[in-house]
Design a protein around this ligand. Sequence first.
Ligand SMILES: NC(=O)C1=CN([C@@H]2O[C@H](COP(=O)(O)OP(=O)(O)OC[C@H]3O[C@@H](n4cnc5c(N)ncnc54)[C@H](OP(=O)(O)O)[C@@H]3O)[C@@H](O)[C@H]2O)C=CC1
Ligand SMILES: CC(=O)N[C@@H](CCC(=O)OP(=O)(O)O)C(=O)O
Length: 354
Amino acid sequence: MAQTAPARIKVGIVGGTGYTGVELLRLLSRHPHVELKAITSRKEDGLPVADMYPNLRGHVDIAFSSPDKAELDKCDVVFFATPHGVAMNQARELLDAGVRIIDLAADFRLKNPSMFEKWYKMPHACLDILAEARYGLVELDRDGLREARVVGNPGCYPTTVILGLAPLLEGGLSLIDTNSLIADCKSGVTGAGRKGEIPLLFSEAGDNFKAYGVAGHRHQPEIEAQLSRLHGSLIKLTFVPHLVPMIRGMFSTIYARILPGAREVDFQKLFEERYAGEPFVDVLPAGQLPETRTVRASNKLRIAVQRPANGDQLIILVVQDNLVKGASGQAVQNMNLMFGFPETAGLEHVAILP
Ligand SMILES: NC(=O)C1=CN([C@@H]2O[C@H](COP(=O)(O)OP(=O)(O)OC[C@H]3O[C@@H](n4cnc5c(N)ncnc54)[C@H](OP(=O)(O)O)[C@@H]3O)[C@@H](O)[C@H]2O)C=CC1
Ligand SMILES: CC(=O)N[C@@H](CCC(=O)OP(=O)(O)O)C(=O)O
């Protein structure tokens, strides 16, 4: 259904003090169709946003307000940049008030409520809303997202792995062995949020490189569910996240075995054609390798496809800024679609080098 884009919408953010919250503020403060109406913080009620984040001086002139005082029901859309389990408990009230919701946490990502309960250690609070929610990976569901009232914004690691494998699996393609997929992923420290925990101290995370969640990470079922849906059969993979001493940035290296019947496929061309015209996915020319700094602070996800010695091992290398395409930028991309704005509105920042 064609919709007429409003000139300007009222936007609320729950959880404005965290890393994804302030990244939303940075992006939305320059958005031509957005009026920032409410930004919540339970701890910083009354504090002008620019006092906590001086980079926003002159761009954001409102103060944080506690969630109970913020007029979220007067907004057109509310972003939840909060821990898992917050959005699902406020969704019904907002939807009843005609407010659309984009949750940056995982409340609306896993369609299977028992999987949600298993990985997030809480029962889901609104199964009917979960059933109607759309998974917010625009490149895979552009039309479905335009009409969505509730969007589950993808996890950061899943964004890289799903987009890295989609051209090889979509529509049940038989190009790669689906029993031996490996995603070896690295995240900068902002991926863990803005909290005071010992493993996140400079003296612990700096000058160090470690794996975590090897026995099981909650992004694995999210990735597998989306890839299975895309392929039309059950897809499993090995997923190992790592923490690297960067502030922002994510690098995912994905290993797939090429099936004998697909040895003649031009994988570079397959990826280039799949993502041709996508404003936020850049397939590098053959032979070039991505670097995290080439996407820093931008909503771009950059992919390279390599096939060493023209053998049967395909290696897909994907970089993104975990806070932008991996979280807040992708959330704004969803908002743009939902309200009929140009998909790139407020998202045209180029990465900072060096
Ligand atoms: N960091 C990243 O790279 C990514 C994060 N995400 C997801 O986005 C969400 C936010 O992440 P991030 O910004 O890193 O988290 P932070 O820990 O940095 O911030 C969390 C925010 O939520 C607020 N908050 C906490 N509990 C509640 C509550 N019960 N009710 C209302 N507000 C609350 C906090 O403010 P206050 O305590 O003052 O209210 C704070 O502003 C998480 O679910 C995370 O998993 C997704 C993709 C990537
Ligand atoms: C480095 C780091 O700790 N990263 C986080 C994932 C990022 C994230 O916030 O994802 P969700 O929205 O699914 O929670 C983690 O592994 O828990």
